[in-house]
Design a protein around this ligand. Sequence first.
Ligand SMILES: [Zn+2]
Length: 112
Amino acid sequence: MNVEEKKVVATMISIYCRSTHHTKNTLCEECDKLLSYAHQRLEKCPFGEEKPTCASCPVHCYKPAMRQKIKEVMRMAGPRMLFLHPIETVKHYYKERKRERDFSKRTKATKK
Ligand SMILES: [Zn+2]
């Protein structure tokens, strides 16, 4: 489930770890923990493949400390992702935006 998201989050964390913690080919212990935590959250996400971006998700499933870290990772690695993996990034954001639209349509529909 959420294979693409897993790849994106793994890439972002490795970019972040390499430039912030100066690791080479492996993640430091801290980032490794963050990655398995993020993957675990994706697996348990109640919205599955239909999930909106985590930023707009109504379920804030990250623990505060992990949330803080992943936010930092995204802030730092996000722009670099676009530069290093432009196609994947654009595809990812496009998909997320589309899902977000579908998602808000559906939540509005169920509220009625
Ligand atoms: Zn690290």
